[in-house]
Ligand binder design. Sequence first.
Ligand SMILES: C[S@@+](CC[C@H](N)C(=O)[O-])C[C@H]1O[C@@H](n2cnc3c(N)ncnc32)[C@H](O)[C@@H]1O
Length: 166
Amino acid sequence: MNTKTWAERYAGCDCVSGTEASTFLREHLHWLPRGNALDVAMGEGRNSALLVKNGFDVLGVEREPIAIERARARCGEGLQALQLDLEAGWRPEPQAYELVVVINYLQRDLFESLQDALKPGGALIYESRTVGNFALQSNELLRVFPKLRVAAYREWDNRASFLGFR
Ligand SMILES: C[S@@+](CC[C@H](N)C(=O)[O-])C[C@H]1O[C@@H](n2cnc3c(N)ncnc32)[C@H](O)[C@@H]1O
């Protein structure tokens, strides 16, 4: 088990999560309504960078300053970054986003606010692992966003990937 904190992981490596955006996000990009996007726990910005490149205005939320610095360098002006601890009670503004993205981060008490953060017609992409610590349960993502219409869902290779529209 990897017991390092995120700060230690970032300090020990130039690029922790790689440079390529999530495969599931790339596969569904053409379906996603353009506009304001929120990237929750954006890390070093591999997913935000894809969104910026494709015309989104992105707000990335992340706790680790070093990751934010790397994300800013990668994304340029299309990214606004907010440094905060998501477990300290922050919630996204309701009905503010065309797109909300959460990749490789699980915090269940955020679920309700993530669907509420979408404008009508907006999309949520949620993807995380189904094994190990902080793992999603099988079919969990199909149950926890009752306000969304499921457009795509898969469990494959120890990951669950969800796309839903409000
Ligand atoms: C596995 S990385 C995923 C990063 C990014 N979403 C990606 O797919 O490349 C998880 C990220 O969550 C961030 N994180 C963990 N706990 C957090 C918290 N309580 N508040 C904000 N960010 C947090 C970590 O710093 C790390 O950047």
